[in-house]
Design a protein around this ligand. Structure first.
Ligand code: PLP
Length: 435
């Protein structure tokens, strides 16, 4: 084995990976360009998941690289504690712009998990500052994923993430997800009358509305299996939240900044949360960056003596990361990528639907450039498909909670390349079907 790979096995502890199995087949990526990445052995792969739905612009974008370099040549770092820097200001204005000026106040983090924890702390302190200190509970969805820090796993609904790390935080309550393909109530939409959404009201009443602070959800549950809430779902949930004074926090870490063909993913449901969190695509993964955006009423509750937000990271608003964010949002705007992603949704849907006639494929669903292929509930079939596709030069992802293969191609993927992704998936699924 290559000596760099041997050193990797010897020293690096990889996230979410069984190292015993990993050491048999390590893959070191050494170069990347556009939608392609190359490993140390010279093999090229299509990055069918934008490297964990992160590198939305594709790899080696010179505009982003040049902006980062330019920033490094002026100010490398200075903290936001009592000082400011130009990139964090400019990026805030750009996020306001991409969210139709609904949000004007932004708190920066380094990751999605930190953004989730920050939002939870912000909403708890918000109610404390408003004199409603009992409003601390957070309701969220089973199968949801909000990251790996303690607040995030407490809100998250993927059992393995929290069970292993008990005790998690108290005051987190779960309701069933809007998983129409496997409805928890064995009902069909729309006759179900959004039973899963109505559960929120039941839970709020049960818990006592004066103790519930927020409902938190992803527009599309990503790691939970690309679960897409039906039309009307978020409108209903927002109505319930408003009725009981509960705030809506939307996790846009995998869906925001164009991934669903809209500024924020939740725009597809025409609902306006009081808080959103973002990360990943905001800087196209070129540097770590996360954000919490809040409506004015939330921000204003922190003004005044003894009300300040006692929370922040050394690297909150890091100028070089913010500069990566500025360059990313600029490219998205200049190249009209949000509209292009919406157009590609239509094209990719038609392509992927051709896979429905493969017997191990049970459902295909997606929006924008976020897609899931749900396979039969048989142990291993997803892993096998993943491995065959990788051998054939396509990197995919198996979602944690289900038998779903996820595809998140970069926004710049051409129609020809989308066809190629479909072809490799088709060949891989057929081989997995035969086993
Ligand atoms: N929220 C969602 C919806 C995510 O998909 C992720 C990561 O995949 C996170 C939060 C956590 O983000 P990070 O890995 O940057 O901490």
């Amino acid at each position: 084995m290559n000596k760099n790979l041997l050193k990797d096995i010897d020293r690096v502890w990889h996230p979410y990976v069984q190292m015993e199995a990993y050491k048999e087949k390590p893959t070191m990526i050494v170069e990347a360009d556009g939608i392609y990445v190359k490993d140390i052995r010279g093999k090229t792969y299509i990055d069918g998941i934008s490297s964990l739905w992160n590198v939305c612009l594709g790899h080696n974008n010179k505009k982003v690289i040049n902006s980062i370099t330019e920033q490094l040549n002026s100010l490398q770092y200075f903290s936001l504690y009592g000082y400011t820097n130009q990139p964090s200001v400019e990026l805030s204005l750009m996020i306001s712009d991409i969210t139709d000026n609904r949000y004007k106040r932004f708190f920066f983090t380094n990751s999605g998990s930190e953004a989730a924890d920050s939002a939870i702390k912000i909403i708890r302190q918000y109610f404390k500052n408003k004199g409603e200190a009992n409003r601390t509970k957070i309701v969220s969805l089973e199968k949801s994923f909000h990251g790996v820090t303690y607040g995030a796993i407490s809100a998250g609904g993927i059992p393995i993430d929290s069970q292993q790390y008990k005790p998690v935080l108290s005051g987190f309550i779960k309701i069933p997800p809007p998983y129409c393909f496997r409805c928890y109530y064995n009902k069909k939409y729309p006759e179900c009358n959004l039973a899963c959404g109505n559960k929120l009201e039941e839970v709020i009443i049960q818990e006592n509305p004066e103790t519930v602070a927020a409902f938190m959800a992803e527009p599309i549950l990503g790691a939970g299996g690309i679960i897409i809430p039906p039309k009307g779902y978020f409108t209903r949930l927002k109505e319930i939240c408003d009725k009981y004074g509960v705030k809506l926090i939307i996790d846009e870490v995998s869906t925001g900044f164009g991934r669903l063909g809209t500024g924020l993913g939740i725009d597809n449901w025409n609902v306006k949360p009081q808080i959103f969190i973002g990360a990943k695509g905001i800087s196209s993964g070129y540097l770590p960056l996360g954000v919490v955006g809040v409506e004015e009423d939330i921000y204003e509750a922190f003004l005044g003596d003894k009300k300040q937000l006692n929370h922040g990271f050394t690297t909150s608003g890091h100028p070089v990361s913010c500069k990566a964010g500025i360059a990313t949002l600029r490219v998205i705007k200049e190249e009209n990528l949000i509209k292009k992603v919406k157009d590609k949704e239509v094209f990719f849907r038609k392509q992927l639907q051709q896979l429905m006639n493969i017997s191990i494929v049970k459902d295909i669903r997606g929006m924008g450039l976020m897609w899931g292929i749900e396979l039969i509930d048989k142990y291993d079939v997803a892993t096998l498909t993943y491995e065959i596709a990788k051998r054939k030069g396509l990197i995919t992802f198996i979602t944690d909670a289900s038998n779903v293969i996820a595809l998140f191609p970069p926004f710049i993927t051409t129609e020809e390349q989308l066809v190629r992704i479909k072809e490799v998936m088709e060949a891989s699924l057929k081989l997995a079907e035969e086993r």
